[in-house]
Design a protein around this ligand. Sequence first.
Ligand SMILES: *Cc1c(COP(=O)(O)O)cnc(C)c1O
Length: 324
Amino acid sequence: MLMPPPYFVLPSPVEPLQHPVFEACGISVSVKRDDKIDAKVSGNKWRKLKWNLQNALDGKKEGILSFGGAYSNHLHALAFAGNYFGLKTIGLVRGHEADLNNPTLRGAVACGMVLHPLAREEYRQKNQPEFLQKWAGRYPNFAHVPEGGANALGARGCMEILAETPKAFDAVVCPVGTATTFAGLVAASKPGQTVYGVAALKGADYLQPGVENLVAQCLEGNAGEATFRAKLLTQFHFGGFGKVTRELVEFINEFYATTGLPLDPVYTAKAMWAVITLCEQGHWPRGTRVLFVHTGGLQGIAGMNEFLRGKKKPYQIETDSGFL
Ligand SMILES: *Cc1c(COP(=O)(O)O)cnc(C)c1O
């Protein structure tokens, strides 16, 4: 059994969250603080990597080869975890040589990750057998992990988020990128619960079949009933993946001032916005117990602020993540 580094905060804490809107609606909200697991292997990235690391070690692999964008939380986390567990790591990055020079990927290289930039057209082939074979020829004894840790082993690790949260909840809410975390939570949910996945990207309906497929793999084929508990919300993307508006930034700042909970602009802020909106719309009956899964991503705040400054926007995210 793979032992996480001893300083990882596991099981991650569950904390009550007070907000005037929740009070007015008569619902209670708790937060599963996966953002507190570790600063580098943040949030759901540890959950998704855990069984992939175990699999590579069991298979006596030399290392892990994976994929990501230039600001990939996943590659950053993989580099650190691979280094810790004695696995070499290769990152195939969407972009050009110049795109590799940013804090996220410099951190990955510092942990020994070897990066290869790939032009967009080439990167798009990343799930094609010929493409994977080519890289398997170059790195023969490496396990391949998809972008974002989006496979059944990743989803299985995310089941542990609910497994280590014994208290009863009626609704579970998480942000969605590849929907691997969402699938793991759906697979681990119990009858009577609803799991809400809030898509951080536009037009996310295409993710639905993949979720059903992952849930089926987690539950060894018996997914039918669990998938009825899944609700993918696609209207809270704020213009698309990585897009923020002034309204969203002001929401992050106000929410932090009110509750003390820091939210990242790409994922968790959009998911929390959905919770507040559903609440205001009277979606949940009084007495509903909601669990919000904080999937981390707070190290992305500095990069987003730099981007906003570059665009001469008059607003900045003003939270203290505790790590920065
Ligand atoms: C990567 C990431 C996600 C997306 O998780 P998926 O399993 O790909 O849906 C959500 N939140 C944060 C903070 C992330 O870094």
